[in-house]
Structure formats: structure tokens, C-alpha cells
Design a protein around this ligand. Structure first.
Ligand SMILES: Nc1ncnc2c1ncn2[C@@H]1O[C@H](COP(=O)(O)OP(=O)(O)OP(=O)(O)O)[C@@H](O)[C@H]1O
Ligand SMILES: [Mg+2]
Length: 259
């Protein structure tokens, strides 16, 4: 891989994470290496407690690895001072949290705008409007989170994560607690962010419905990360994903047949 390719990727190199508890040590991630590229939707599958949130948190720099290296495009996170890391994250990484983490006392628009303000962007409210429009919920801008459905909250969380046009979008269980229709809409949004905006999108989930829409599949079990190879061809004629799978990637055999 040449250096310019590396700048387009998120790279984990032998990353381990151990949490020290009173009762002992939890090895949440064990010697994980992986590459995630721009323009692709990567899916991290694994059962509860397998280490998915830990992995996303390491990539976002919310937590530090016990050993190994996390490189986000051209930047090794460990080299940044805390204030630099905060700004780097604000400008270049969007995070959709497992439980949304919306602020109940702010309107939908302000929940999104506050993140643009934090990144010192001009016109935060306009950026928030654009981001809400992007995920189809501008009409909800003046509502408060407690008056929204789960699917609507998930869209606000995505709009907030995307308001600064981050190159990297991390989504933790983006379809959890959504029905099939709502889940499908969210997947479509994540996929189009990767494809149309050339972002690197990494979604962690135990929702097997997402497999059809992802470009790259990783499995994580008991902290062990493995990349799955895909079959060279795929018949996705019976799936509902045809409208979101662009012709280029399906021609390249990037739709999986397994259900
Ligand atoms: N702050 C922490 N302190 C101690 N142990 C932790 C901490 N965070 C996570 N763990 C442990 O690390 C392991 C992986 O947790 P993690 O939250 O990454 O799993 P997950 O795959 O996201 O699970 P879920 O699907 O339930 O969200 C679990 O055994 C968990 O108990
Ligand atoms: Mg989790």
C-alpha cells in the first residue's frame, strides 16, 4: 500500500484493549488489525459484549489502546495532545452513539447545531438545517427529542454526527430497536454517506440485516477481530436492497449472498 492510499484509510495495527476492574482484567480487544477505507460501508458484527463499542471508541479516540496503534487517515491518534484530539474528533469524526445521547432540553436543530459550534464552524444553525435536510427530518427541527420516535431520534443522531462533514462516520448499533422499515431507511442513509460523499463509514451491529448493504464485513467475538471474505459473485435479486446498492459495487461482487 502506498502512503497516499493510507491517507484514505483508518488503520488499526495490533490494537489491544484491557479494562482493569477490581475483580480482574477484561480483555475487550485482542491484537486487532484492520483497514477501513473511504467510500465504503464497513460492518462490524458481533454478539453483545464482544467488543464492538470498545473498537469504535478506540477509533474515535474516546479511549486509548493498551497496546497497538490507531491511525485515522494521516493521523496517529496517540500523537495528539488531548486538546488536539478533541478538535480533530470534532472536525473529522462523527459518532452515532448506541443510545443516541441527544440533549433533551435542546430542540432537534440545536442538538445538531451545538456540535458545529463546538467545531468552531461559522453558520452553525444553517449547517444544522442542511444536515437535518440530508437525513429527511428538517420538518422536525423545532421538536424536542422526547417527542420523537426511535427512528427519528436515530436520524437526528446521524445528522448531528454528520454536521461537520466528517471524513469518518462511526455508528454504534444504528438499527437497534428499529423495525425493518426504519432500519432499512437508516442503512440507506449510511450507505449513501459512504458512497455519495466518499466517507469512511463503520457501523457496529448484531443486526444481520445489514450484511447485504455493507462493502466490508468484520466479525468480532470475545475481542478477536476477523475480516470476512466475500464470495466473488452474488445474487441479490431477491433482496430489497437493490435500490441502494449501486451498480459499481454490485458488479464488483460486493453484495454478499449469505443471509
Ligand atoms: N469501561 C469499561 N470498564 C470495564 N469493562 C468494560 C468497559 N467497557 C466495556 N467493558 C467490557 O468489555 C467487553 C466489551 O464491551 P463492549 O461494550 O465493547 O461490547 P459490545 O460488543 O459493544 O456489546 P453490546 O453489543 O452489548 O453493546 C465487555 O466484556 C464489557 O463488559
Ligand atoms: Mg456496544
Amino acid at each position: 500500500m502506498n502512503p497516499s492510499d493510507q491517507c484514505q484509510s483508518v488503520i488499526l495495527q495490533s490494537v489491544s484493549k484491557a479494562y482493569r476492574e477490581d475483580g480482574g482484567t477484561v480483555h475487550a480487544l485482542d491484537n486487532a488489525s484492520a483497514e477501513f477505507r473511504r467510500g465504503r460501508l464497513a460492518l462490524m458484527l458481533g454478539p453483545s459484549g464482544s467488543g464492538k463499542t470498545t473498537l469504535l471508541s478506540l477509533i474515535a479516540g474516546f479511549t486509548e489502546p493498551t497496546s497497538g496503534e490507531v491511525k485515522v487517515f494521516d493521523t496517529e491518534l496517540a500523537r495528539l495532545r488531548p486538546s488536539q484530539l478533541q478538535l480533530f474528533r470534532a472536525m473529522r469524526i462523527g459518532f452515532v452513539f448506541q443510545n443516541f445521547l441527544l440533549l433533551d432540553w435542546l430542540t432537534v436543530r440545536d442538538n445538531v447545531a451545538i456540535v458545529a459550534e463546538f467545531a468552531r464552524r461559522d453558520g452553525a444553525r444553517t449547517l444544522a438545517k442542511d444536515s437535518l435536510e440530508r437525513v429527511g427530518i428538517l420538518h422536525l427541527a423545532d421538536r424536542f427529542p422526547s417527542n420523537l420516535s426511535q427512528g427519528e431520534k436515530q436520524r437526528v443522531a446521524i445528522a448531528r454526527a454528520c454536521v461537520n462533514n466528517p471524513q469518518l462516520l462511526l455508528a454504534d448499533e444504528p438499527t437497534a430497536s428499529l423495525d425493518s422499515k426504519q432500519g432499512f431507511e437508516i442503512i440507506k442513509i449510511l450507505r449513501s454517506i459512504a458512497k455519495e460523499e466518499n466517507r469512511c463509514v463503520i457501523a457496529a451491529s448484531h443486526d444481520l440485516r445489514l450484511i447485504e448493504y455493507a462493502d466490508d464485513i468484520f466479525r468480532i467475538e470475545d475481542g478477536e477481530l476477523k475480516r470476512e471474505t466475500r464470495p466473488p459473485t452474488a445474487d441479490h435479486s431477491s433482496t430489497k436492497c437493490l435500490q441502494v446498492v449501486d451498480k459499481k459495487s454490485s458488479a464488483a461482487g460486493q453484495v454478499v449472498t449469505r443471509t
